[in-house]
Write a protein that binds this ligand. Structure first.
Ligand code: ADP
Length: 450
């Protein structure tokens, strides 16, 4: 079994992919931290906003008259403030505790809270709040609003907000505190801040799956290429051997072949050529399809390159009494940079077609023109030509014109498709110009800067 050389290393990823993965993850974590801060900020500012609104509504005169002791209990001022807190608490269903706290030497104490007197959580006026937190003291110290939490205490998990209540001179006389259950705040925090990270992880998964697929495809292409190179040896080589042997016999003058043997050998030669052509096209096609755009570029001296191809086709040309001609415009010093093997496919196929489809006894010629930034090679024949309507479809693969089929010439309809592929791999193109009945000219254009 053919095993691609890097099959064992498949799970490893390339450096650019790892950088991309790392980048996406860092971006995901950074976005999550940013969203966390924003959601936290907005959660806290909403708590503060509400305590500020409640604090603004506290009846100031009544508060001023409170002693901050047990004696406040039952006084109209205390009841007014208690009612205010109770009503505020009942219209803000999510608020668990509302309270007004003052400060004296022993510590922070309750002026009033929103709990009914019969509740076990009720704090009577004047009661010292031994569980007062540093944030509460801070309100009296700096006169600013503060939040804290989420904190767990004996009543639950809370996020709290404290707003100072000041007298006319701006002194902090009390604070209004509100405790909200922290669950919703925590759920929002977890949901929103995890979203960017989840998206990043999903992106990373997609990236890795795509990369894995690409690597598998590459391994498959390499496997296929390896198979093809073996196949070319196993199939193409013996076929070419048969072809040369038959051609050698056909060329033999001394002793000359008897006419009957010549006819039979010509038939063998023709079939052999057909088979070589078919196998070549199929193997070349798979080879070109598998190319990952890596061309083996070299400087090609075009005149001798084309002469070699012409030489290899002389016998087939002679059998149709066709002359192969390389125009003087293909000068000795004309050099093209390209992949020799791939360009060989292209010109071999064009010349083979010329020989097959030109009329017997005519000429197939190759000429050259330097166009702006392009090398243009044209292969012209004097055959039936190609109808305008088919001048594009002949390059699409497996398409043969009715005239070609009628001519009895072998063919797979893949040759021109290969020519197109080969020129495109060189960033070039192939076009046909033909007036039916007046032959065809195929022009291959390759950028001269390639
Ligand atoms: P094939 O193996 O059939 O020659 P190609 O892909 O090389 O396949 O060509 C596709 C078709 O284009 C041919 O079958 C033929 O119909 C037409 N064709 C190609 N070259 C010529 C030509 N020089 N003159 C006329 N028709 C041509």
């Amino acid at each position: 079994m053919l095993v691609p050389s890097d099959a064992k290393t498949l799970p490893r990823f390339s450096i650019p992919v790892l950088i991309a993965v790392l980048g996406v993850l860092i971006l995901g974590v950074a976005s999550s931290i940013y969203v966390y801060q924003k959601v936290d900020e907005s959660g806290r500012s909403s708590v503060l906003q509400r305590t500020q609104t409640f604090a603004a509504g506290v009846p100031a005169l009544e508060l001023e008259r409170l002693q901050g002791t047990e004696e406040d209990s039952g006084t109209p001022e205390y009841e007014t403030i208690k009612t205010y807190l109770t009503v505020m608490r009942s219209v803000n269903a999510d608020a668990r505790f509302l309270y007004i706290i003052g400060q004296r030497e022993e510590g922070l104490f309750f002026y009033a809270d929103s709990e009914p007197a019969e509740s076990p959580d009720y704090s009577p006026p004047g009661q010292i709040y031994y569980e007062a937190t540093p944030a509460m003291f801070a309100v009296f110290a700096d006169g600013q609003r503060h939040t804290e939490g989420p904190d767990q205490d004996r009543w639950g998990l809370w996020i709290s907000g404290y707003t100072p209540i000041t007298d006319d001179a701006g002194n902090v006389v009390a604070l209004l505190g509100m405790d909200l259950p922290a669950n919703e705040y925590l759920t929002d925090l977890a949901t929103y801040s995890s979203l960017p990270l989840l998206v990043a992880v999903a992106l990373v998964c997609i990236l890795l799956i795509l990369e894995q697929t690409r690597r598998k495809e590459r391994a498959y292409v390499e496997q296929k290429t390896e198979f093809l190179s073996i196949a070319s040896h196993e199939i193409r080589t013996p076929l070419t051997g048969i072809r040369w042997a038959v051609e050698g016999l056909l060329k033999r003058q001394n002793p000359p072949l008897d006419p009957k043997s010549r006819v039979i050998l010509s038939l063998v030669h023709e079939s052999c050529l057909g088979l070589v052509g078919r196998v070549n096209n199929l193997l070349d096609l798979s080879g070109l399809e598998g190319k990952t755009q890596v061309l083996r570029m070299e400087s090609i001296s075009m005149r001798s390159f084309l002469e070699d191809i012409v030489d290899s086709l002389l016998l087939s040309a002679r059998q149709r009494n066709v002359t192969l001609h390389i125009d003087v415009s293909v000068s000795e010093d004309l050099v093209v940079t390209g992949d020799r093997q791939i360009l060989h496919h292209a010109f071999f196929n064009l010349l083979t077609n010329g020989i097959k489809y030109t009329h017997e006894g005519t000429r197939v010629s190759i000429s050259y023109a330097a166009e702006q930034g392009m090398h243009a090679f044209s292969v012209s024949d004097a055959g039936d030509g190609i109808a305008q309507s088919e001048q594009t479809t002949i390059f699409t693969g497996y398409h043969r014109t009715r005239e070609a089929i009628r001519s009895g010439q072998y063919g797979t309809g893949l040759g021109l498709y290969l020519v197109k592929k080969a020129t495109e791999l060189h960033n070039g193109s192939v076009r046909v110009q033909s007036t039916p009945g007046n032959g065809a000219t195929f022009t291959v254009r390759i950028p001269s800067s390639t």
